[in-house]
Design a protein around this ligand. Structure first.
Ligand SMILES: *[C@@H]1O[C@H](CO)[C@@H](O)[C@H](O)[C@H]1NC(C)=O
Ligand SMILES: *[C@@H]1O[C@H](CO)[C@@H](O)[C@H](O)[C@H]1NC(C)=O
Ligand SMILES: *[C@@H]1O[C@H](CO)[C@@H](O)[C@H](O)[C@H]1NC(C)=O
Ligand SMILES: *[C@@H]1O[C@H](CO)[C@@H](O)[C@H](O)[C@H]1NC(C)=O
Length: 413
């Protein structure tokens, strides 16, 4: 009898452990499936600021908790920020892009009337420089914005692959909806963007989205004869000439909720599920990195994209062989995008002139006499180039923006 009982107990024990094992295996396969995205790190909790909150939901963004700046931002205040009158602006800065990024941010604060929040993703060695530079801006300017500095983070398992895609860090923007889980909407811009009108003007486009739209971008080209995607791409792309991701407005709440059609499975996939398979499938065929992935995604989900016209993302391509951005002809350039390094070389002096005028303008001086006039003068010297001949378009909107800010200043006095 004793013997039977013994055997029975052993059996029960064995079954129990077997079940435990099976469960364990099951749990870890489930976890593995999500591995490429964001894996648990098990860092101890330190929840004194909203980074803790963010991380409990987003484990595995290495080091995010330790270094996430939360500069000049109180605990929890970054949560649920839609329609609070602020514009939320994100940028990703790596390598020698510090000064360029600061000039972009400067153009944003100079012309905006509404408060701003900057989300600065940067390589670790740039964090102090960003913080010191922004903290050194005059008090009156600082009251217009808050900023948060983040390290560059990628899905752990495929960090190397994501990092080397296109330029280091560029594909970070794809993960912003997953990292900034608490943020409703975001304007992402490249570092080589300059605002020639208030940020709230582009922010206002969010309210023009219809119920299926969740992101807004400009076409990559106006003129198919010099378009890149329609002539060279070896992958699907959006519309006639593709889209440019240098200025990308996102309703991230919708982006996180949406199931995206795709050419890999018959089921629609969430944002965090679609990126890695897409990279795997197309990595040998893509040229412009994450911008190509965005083109593939919106090719299959065209109803989700709001296309804004070229004056919201005006590049050398729009004037290099003569002006081809019609909307800019009428209304002027709203946002300048000096891609291919044109702020720093002599290929497009008109673009460089705008960059240098904003960079050199001393805070607090009269913007009309210390920014606009010097800029107009230096643009006069660029009329030997096609873009220089179109350069009255560069100052058209800027002039209105400056007048409007000046009026605001006088009104307050
Ligand atoms: C910056 O954050 C502080 C503290 O949360 C807040 O009081 C202030 O209104 C914010 N400023 C802007 C411009 O958003
Ligand atoms: C990649 O490009 C090649 C050559 O144009 C093409 O045959 C192939 O189908 C493309 N691959 C994908 C996944 O589209
Ligand atoms: C983004 O979309 C969500 C869900 O549709 C909506 O509640 C929110 O107001 C939108 N945000 C903005 C800024 O329009
Ligand atoms: C929203 O606009 C896009 C682009 O015009 C269109 O394709 C889509 O069908 C629209 N969605 C709805 C729900 O009307």
């Amino acid at each position: 009898m004793r013997c039977y009982l013994h055997a029975f107990l052993l059996c029960v024990l064995f079954t129990f452990f077997s079940l435990l094992y099976v469960f364990n295996q099951l749990a870890s396969t489930l976890e593995d499936r999500d591995d490429w995205e964001l894996k648990e790190q098990g860092t101890p909790d330190r929840s004194s600021h909203d980074g803790g909150h963010l991380l409990r939901k987003m484990p595995g963004l290495t080091g995010l908790r330790d270094r996430e700046g939360l500069d000049r931002e109180r605990a929890g205040s970054a949560v649920k920020e839609h329609n609070d009158g602020r514009s939320h602006l994100a940028v990703v800065a790596c390598g020698p892009r510090l000064e360029e990024t600061l000039t972009m941010l400067k153009s944003a604060v100079l012309l905006s009337k509404n408060p701003l929040h900057f989300y600065i993703f940067a390589e670790d060695d740039l964090h102090d420089s960003f913080r010191n530079a922004l903290d050194s801006w005059p008090r009156t300017v600082q009251t217009k914005f808050n900023f948060t500095i983040y390290p560059i983070t990628f899905p752990k398992e495929n960090a190397r692959e994501w990092k080397k895609l296109f330029k280091p860090c560029a594909s970070q923007r794809l993960f912003l909806p997953l990292i900034l889980k608490e943020v409703d909407s975001l304007l992402y811009v490249d570092t080589d963007i300059l605002f020639l009108q208030p940020v709230e003007d582009i922010w206002a486009l969010l309210s023009q989205f219809n119920s299926s739209q969740l992101a807004a971008m400009a076409p990559e080209h106006e003129e198919p004869r010099i378009g890149w995607y329609n002539r060279f791409a070896r992958h699907p792309y959006y519309g006639k000439t593709g889209i440019n991701s240098g200025v990308m407005l996102m309703n991230m709440t919708r982006l996180r909720e949406k199931f995206f059609q795709n050419d890999m499975t018959t089921v629609a996939l969430r944002w965090e599920e679609i990126l890695m398979p897409l990279l795997q499938k197309y990595k040998l065929n893509i040229t412009w990195g994450d911008q190509d992935l965005l083109n593939i995604i919106f090719h299959h989900n065209p109803e989700s994209l709001f296309v804004f016209p070229c004056q919201w993302n005006y590049r050398p391509d729009h004037c290099i062989y003569g002006s081809n951005c019609q909307q800019a002809e009428q209304e002027g350039v709203f946002i300048l995008h000096g891609n291919r390094g044109v702020y720093h070389d002599d290929k497009q002096p008109a673009f460089r002139a705008v960059y240098e005028a904003i960079q050199k303008y001393p805070f607090g001086e009269n913007m009309e006499t210390s920014l606009l006039r010097p800029l107009e003068a230096s643009l006069q010297t660029t009329t030997n180039t096609y873009c220089g001949r179109a350069s009255h378009l560069f100052t058209k909107k800027l002039k209105q923006s400056i007048m409007s800010v000046q009026q605001e200043v006088t009104r307050r006095r």
